[in-house]
Design a protein around this ligand. Structure first.
Ligand SMILES: [Fe+2]
Ligand SMILES: [Fe+2]
Length: 349
């Protein structure tokens, strides 16, 4: 007679945990966050109106990135604060200034800013402003690393250490090397690019049928935790080619109207809505307007989560487009170094 599964056995515990997690996650996740459902509340501490569009607090749970909206009144500075999460800020409306670790950046609509993890920062609006902030707070919370600090007296409460003998030259311990590496990384982040100005952006034709440009990405000199932001325009009445990939994506509709087909279901959207594409589901975005383009910004965690997943899953191909599509859309099949532009100069606009 076969043994009955022991419920305390590590194997069965783990198996149950996996099933329960997936069951619960699939039941809770959503594909659309409505701009109309966004609730902004005044924060006296922050000095701004803040509301979550995509994220656990909005009833639209995500595992890696979230999206919140900030509204600023002119002439008032927000509190100075810092947090463990990285934030990329897309200016929806208004003009103003953001101070990041003492450096000042002026912004206007469709500019994008990066406030790196642990940088002290604050915003000041010159006219009523609306900002969309995309952060990796869900990922940091999953790792139990999220922390938010508003400026103010910090109670330390530790007694001073006795003086240590000076370190002999060249005899750094692992800990000293970690401190130095951390300092180098901090300096690299501080010196990295912090803003993309919309007026300097050129949209380029993509094989996926859209006109597109990266606005925040390592290739542009940003040093984010992996958050990468691209803007794309779907021509009137047209669609982006159908595809799937790992890595949660948030697509915020800046203007226009259309719909996305995700896992065979249709989700209609218009400006102010956000579409959430979960891991590895087939999806395609359509512009429903026969006359005007639809403009969408898409957020990914590229140089961290997507790269980790790609390495973990290698050699399984993790970018696929619909094999039923015509030749020009078979991006993955054509992904030789030449085809993806690794071998030659970048193509023109
Ligand atoms: Fe912040
Ligand atoms: Fe996608």
């Amino acid at each position: 007679m076969a043994d009955r599964p022991d419920p305390q056995n590590h194997f069965y515990l783990q198996l149950r945990r996996r099933f329960r997690f997936l069951e619960e996650w699939r039941a809770r996740r959503r594909e659309l966050a409505r701009g109309a459902d966004l609730v902004l509340r005044h924060s006296p501490v922050r000095g701004a109106r803040v509301g979550m569009l995509v994220g656990e607090e909005a009833g639209v749970p995500t595992r890696m990135i979230d999206a919140r909206v900030l509204e600023l009144d002119p002439g008032r500075r927000t509190s100075v604060h810092r947090h463990a999460h990285d934030a990329v800020i897309f200016v929806l409306e208004g003009r103003g200034t953001t101070i990041v670790d003492g450096e000042s950046f002026e912004w206007e609509p469709w500019d994008v800013l990066h406030t790196p993890a642990w940088s002290w920062h604050a915003h000041r609006a010159a006219e009523p402003a609306r900002l969309l902030a995309i952060t990796d707070a869900p990922l940091l919370r999953a790792l139990h690393l999220e922390r938010v600090e508003d400026a103010g007296p910090v109670e330390r409460g530790f007694e001073p250490l006795p003086a240590e003998p000076a370190e002999p030259a060249g005899a750094g311990s692992l800990y000293e090397e970690e401190l130095r590496a951390s300092k180098r990384a901090e300096e690299a982040r501080a010196g990295a690019r912090k803003i993309t100005r919309w007026r300097e952006v050129t949209l380029r034709q993509s094989p996926k049928g859209t006109r597109t440009a990266l606005l925040v990405d390592r290739s542009l000199g940003f040093d984010t935790s992996g958050i990468s932001l691209a803007l794309f325009e779907i021509p009137p009445g047209k669609a982006q080619s159908k595809h799937r990939h790992p890595g949660e994506a948030i697509l915020y509709v800046v203007r226009g109207r259309g719909y996305s087909v995700i896992d065979g279901r249709r989700y209609d959207w218009s400006a102010g809505d956000a579409v959430i594409v979960h891991q590895y589901v087939w999806h395609q975005h359509f512009n429903a307007d026969p006359e005007r383009p639809a403009t969408v910004i898409r957020l990914h965690m590229w140089e961290s989560m997507i790269e980790i997943m790609q390495a973990a899953m290698d050699p399984v191909p993790l970018y696929e487009d619909d094999p039923a599509l015509a030749g020009q859309d078979r991006v993955w099949d054509q992904a030789t170094p030449e085809a993806v532009g690794e071998a030659g100069p970048p193509s023109g606009p």
